[in-house]
Design a protein around this ligand. Sequence first.
Ligand code: G4P
Length: 527
Amino acid sequence: MEMFNQQEVEKRRTFAIISHPDAGKTTITEKLLLFGGAIQQAGEVRARKSARHATSDWMELEKQRGISVTSSVMKFTYNGCEINLLDTPGHNDFSEDTYRVLTAVDSVLMVIDSVKGVETQTRKLLEVCRLRHTPIMTFMNKLDREGQEPLDLLDDIEKNLKMQTAPITWPVGMGKRFRGTYHLYTKELIFFDAEAANGTGEVLSVNGLDDPRLDEMLGSQVDELRHDVELLEGAAHPFDKEAYLAGQQTPVFFGSAINTFGVQQLLDAFIEYAPPPLPRETISRAVSPYEAPFSGFTFKIQANMDPAHRDRIAFFRICSGKFTRGMKVRHVRLGREVQIANATIFMAQDRTNVEEAWPGDIIGIHNHGTIKIGDTFTQGEDLKFTGIPSFAPEHFRKVRLLNPMKSKALEKGLVQLAEEGATQVFKPVMGADWVIGAVGLLQFEVVMHRLEHEYSVKVAFEPVSYVTARWVTGEKKKIEEFEKKEAMHVYIDGEGKLTYMAGSQWRLDNTIDTWKELSFHETSEHS
Ligand code: G4P
């Protein structure tokens, strides 16, 4: 096959950072952008983060939407590579978008706080990566603090995240005794110097661990290093690029983001090993990034600054071909040609109009509600990209309509908001009240606010005792039987799919056990 766009594809890296709040994602993002020359000084990304988290309710958040739009995708260049870093919102604004962003990247950087080890949010996000076998690079952060033993940290990843670890660098001491890291492959010792402008002190190339210069420089700490590395030979895996690319092994780097220590080693390895844009599955075939015709899909939709205009930005991942401004593309679900006159590309600092973009790039397309999550655009072929699903909600609310005359408007609003991925909606098979589901609580506030302001529907939310949901498929007869027997807990989602709601994990396990002929799915593809 002819390799179209080869150079443009190979120099691109599209990734996201996953971490638990406070592990250091903002700090490391900032340092990466500094290396990429995309920002001039530390503090710019942090300022945006604080602005976002200073907001306590959705009204305030609304004002800050500009911030979350601009920081959604950050583009920078480093060593000839074009890097797209996609933000995965955390804290209060954790939502389905956070999950879905991970369906649009080719690899992931996992940041772990070495004091705390693997934490819940990281574990959740990693589950999503696992669905697609996404390659994951790990940065163990905050080595300048007294943290857990490095070997225990590796063990934590292996046990909790069920992934092989392959340390690339290894720390010498930690906290007050942190001296730097030893690169297990280049055999370089990089000294930590908190006083130096970028935290990096002298770099010493040695002939392996027996080199007497190590004794000179490290004193008694060299014994710890020798001991650790000896243990590693038995306990850790050697770096295996294929296993990394298959999502089975994660290379691990140690450092301190706030001191910019270890970040450049990480970035250099990232450029070298992280995959360029990969082929993407569609219902009919895999699409290679080197194909000439343009194609891509929407993974996130964001209501724009001015709700009065119902203007939305659809975030669109290019999968093949080349985008040029004003080009006509086929909106496959609608079966219509549309012209993309105004696409936006997101730079680290602001948004600019796009003239051209290639596979791996993310562009923003303005629209008035005609684009749904998962929509595919092509240059003619009827393709439908897969792997951009809905994720089983973890929080539920019953929707009570305050003005009963508005039930049609409520239905329209809920269905549209579900299409945008703002929430998930479920209509009971028995009974009248809609239930909405989310993975992050802020989603409920967003829905209430938008129903009122965009659809003039006032609602109240009431608690409902569900903790999880599953999409159910199976043979027609069995499904009918299931619907009858479990009627109280069966719902139809916004796309007409049968959903089972469970009041507890035990209840769910029990139902799955009882209905062995049926399949219960944690994710559901958009149709
Ligand atoms: P997040 O985006 O993952 O939530 O984390 P963020 O980068 O905001 O970092 C969380 C806290 O951890 C911040 O401190 C940050 O300065 C600190 N931090 C990040 N990297 C390191 C590191 O390598 N060593 C140490 N010791 N701390 C680190 P904060 O007090 O919450 O914020 P600030 O007052 O520093 O802004």
